[in-house]
Design a protein around this ligand. Structure first.
Ligand code: ATP
Ligand code: MG
Length: 251
């Protein structure tokens, strides 16, 4: 469903010179699978997800989403994905219900299906107690839920979430993770970024540890802990990053 081949993005930064935000990464994500991009700040996670959602063009390599090339067929790609970016983009003057409804119409969901779809989503995400609250009056968690609802309203086969639980309390974060798990059960292909180890352990079928735009390791949590002789994913993560930093310091 997602096929990424030697994907790279080079930015020319005024101060730092050329920056390889993404340095030739390759991976695949299948339907019914949750794939995690785990990496520290500045690792390249958002860059990767923005390329997959056609917001940004790669400088090298190739990415296919639902069989469509992100550069050559961006409209087709957009029709098959739901993308939740870091920035929730909530409109102050609309209620949650109105916003999700608005996106449903943008995606061309027939009016008779739209209301039942909204009812279902508001139920699943437990959004009914604030369905008529305006964007300007919403808490972070409410905004995050509306943002997720908007991402999934058209029932796309591929879902891309950039740090979906950032800034949420444990209760809302849990509801979000449960929603993601239920989307997997429906056979969706899901990729999400995080720097929270527990989320990876609980949710991901496979994970790629990413740092300085490179994938340092990829596999199931069990494969990674075994291959690197560490007790958990956090230790694997520290070891890989330490090793890379040591290697770079020696050059
Ligand atoms: N528009 C841009 N121009 C120049 N450099 C950029 C641009 N966007 C991102 N970068 C750089 O690319 C690198 C990767 O950034 P990216 O936002 O993908 O990281 P991230 O893994 O999402 O980090 P975080 O966890 O902080 O969200 C960083 O060094 C960042 O400064
Ligand atoms: Mg990011």
């Amino acid at each position: 469903m997602i096929h990424v081949d030697a994907l790279a993005k080079e930015f020319s930064d005024m101060k730092r010179g050329p920056v390889y935000a993404l340095d030739h990464v390759s991976f695949d994500v299948r339907p019914g699978e949750i794939f995690g991009l785990l990496g520290p700040n500045g690792a390249g996670k958002t860059t990767c997800l923005r390329i997959l959602s056609t917001v940004l063009k790669p400088t090298h390599g190739r990415a296919l989403v639902a069989g469509y090339d992100v550069v050559r067929h961006p409209e087709q790609v957009r029709a098959h994905i739901g993308f939740m970016s870091n920035n929730t983009g909530i409109y102050d003057r609309m209620t949650g219900w109105e916003m999700v409804e608005y996106y449903g119409r943008l995606y061309g969901i027939p009016e008779e299906q739209l209301q039942s779809r909204l009812t279902e989503i508001f139920q699943t995400l437990q959004m009914n107690d604030f369905r008529d609250v305006l964007g300007s009056k919403m808490s972070t968690g409410m905004k995050q839920k509306v943002s997720i609802a908007r991402t999934i309203v058209h029932d796309p086969p591929v879902l891309i979430f950039d740090e979906p639980t950032s800034g949420l309390d444990v209760l809302v974060a849990r509801a979000v993770l449960e929603t993601i798990a239920s989307l997997k059960a429906k056979g969706k292909c899901i990729i999400f970024s995080t720097h929270i180890m527990r989320e990876v352990e609980k949710l991901c079928d496979r994970v790629a540890i990413i740092h300085r735009g490179r994938i340092l390791a990829m596999g199931t949590v069990e494969e990674l802990t075994r291959a690197h002789g560490q007790p958990d994913i956090e230790e694997v993560f520290f070891k890989l990053i330490r090793d890379l930093e040591t290697e770079l310091a020696e050059i």
